[in-house]
Design a protein around this ligand. Structure first.
Ligand code: NAD
Length: 378
């Protein structure tokens, strides 16, 4: 259902269809780096009033709205103070991962629609708790995976759904950076909870799981390490001293339907890329080239491998240009779902499985063995 929503969405059509007489009051929770992309897109929406903002750091929200020249925004010291004081329609949650769950649950419990940044949470238990609050509220919850709106990402799903690959049985995915460890709030458990696994791993997982219809994950054998983040030879010494999340993770995951998912992700490694994404099916194979700096977009034209009339043939799928800005589309699709009563563009029911895999990798790595993936009732 949500895929139908995405397929129909084109920025041009939506721009014409926006009912500006029905306005939405939006608050921004967390006014750090990614909130800059949110506010830039929200400002372009003709039916949005940005009325409130919150940040834990005193004065940060005020400075943020001044920088973006949005006047009359009321600023608060945290999400609770903002939600308690304001009459909002929606919030966008741009906080670090460790506070995603508390902010989303509080907003949903107070009857607000929520656009929540990726990764959905740190743990699968938190993701399930958000979904329970979502179900009780009946409000829209969308998770911030803007690569879903990329035409090449849509093409991957189209190829799988066309049946050209036959029955998919094996997928290798992941991505990485030779040297690309972030800093600030991304490298400590108390703020990020997880490292490369959550930051860029969630995109790799979404790329392939969305293409194959998000089958339930069953078991995982996971590994994670922190050799680069903690080493002052490879990381700024002050950051190395406080680094306590993963900078590399790998896993072997069994999915419902007999599909194997082989995954690896790195913020830093002694090689250029950890390999292309490949999707193997009984009738064809798809190669999606990796990038030097993985951020959720294919690194070049994709190739489909098949046998036709006894010959081994390859078809190159040229890269498609995405119309419009991905962030605008992520935010517009969320607003449209609120106004039109349509399903969430990036539904939590799918991303729960993404989070369950991430959580499973952490738990398996810590246990040092394969584990069953347990998905809490929601
Ligand atoms: N979609 C994307 O392309 C993309 C890109 C970068 C980051 N992100 C995600 O966005 C999130 C934020 O990343 P960032 O780089 O902006 O981090 P950041 O540290 O720059 O900003 C987060 C802000 O949230 C504030 N905050 C935390 N808890 C709060 C609360 N309860 N109430 C109010 N404010 C609170 C912090 O004080 C901080 O200023 C992360 O989850 C990250 O994974 C998404």
């Amino acid at each position: 259902m949500a895929d139908e929503v995405l397929k129909q969405f084109t920025p041009e059509k939506e721009a014409q269809a926006i009912d500006v007489s029905r306005r939405l009051k939006v608050g921004i929770i967390g006014t750090g780096w990614i909130a800059e992309s949110h506010i830039a897109s929200l400002k372009k929406m003709p039916d949005v009033d940005i009325v409130a903002g919150a940040d834990l750091i005193p004065g940060k929200a005020e400075k943020f709205f001044k920088k973006f020249e949005v006047e009359g925004v009321r600023c608060y010291p945290d999400h609770k103070a903002m939600i308690d004081a304001e009459e909002l329609d929606a919030v966008t949650i741009c906080t670090y991962n460790a506070t995603h769950a508390e902010c989303a649950i509080y907003a949903l419990e107070h009857g607000l629609n929520v656009l929540l940044e990726k990764p959905m949470t740190v743990t699968v238990e938190e993701a399930a708790a958000i979904i329970r609050a979502e179900k009780k509220s009946g409000k829209v919850l969308s998770i911030g995976f803007q690569p879903r709106f990329d035409e090449n990402m849509k093409m991957i799903k189209k190829i799988v759904e066309s049946g050209e690959l036959g029955q998919v049985y094996y997928i290798q995915t992941g991505g990485g950076r030779r040297r690309g460890i972030p800093n600030s709030t991304f490298i400590e458990k108390k703020t990020a909870g997880i490292g490369a696994l959550g930051d860029i791993g969630c995109y790799s997982l979404d790329m392939v799981l969305n293409a194959i219809g998000y089958p339930k994950p069953l078991t995982v054998s996971g590994y994670k390490s922190d050799f680069f983040g903690t080493n002052p030879k490879f990381n700024n010494p002050a950051d190395a001293a406080r680094f306590n999340v993963d900078d590399f993770a790998a896993a072997f995951i069994r999915l419902e339907g007999g599909i194997i998912l082989d995954f690896r992700i790195a913020w830093a490694m002694n090689i250029d890329t950890p390999g292309d994404t490949i999707i193997l099916g009984t009738e064809g194979g798809l190669r999606i080239p990796s990038t030097d700096c993985w951020n959720g977009a294919p690194g070049g034209p994709m190739t489909v491998y098949k046998q036709i009339a006894g010959e081994q043939v390859e078809t190159v799928i040229p890269l498609k240009k995405t119309k419009g800005d991905l962030f605008d589309q992520k935010i517009r699709s969320f607003l449209n779902a609120i106004k039109n009563g349509t399903p969430s563009p990036v539904p939590s029911s799918q991303i729960l499985y993404n989070q369950a895999i991430i959580d499973g990798i952490v738990k398996s790595a810590e246990a040092g063995r394969e584990i069953e993936i347990e998905i809490p009732e929601c």
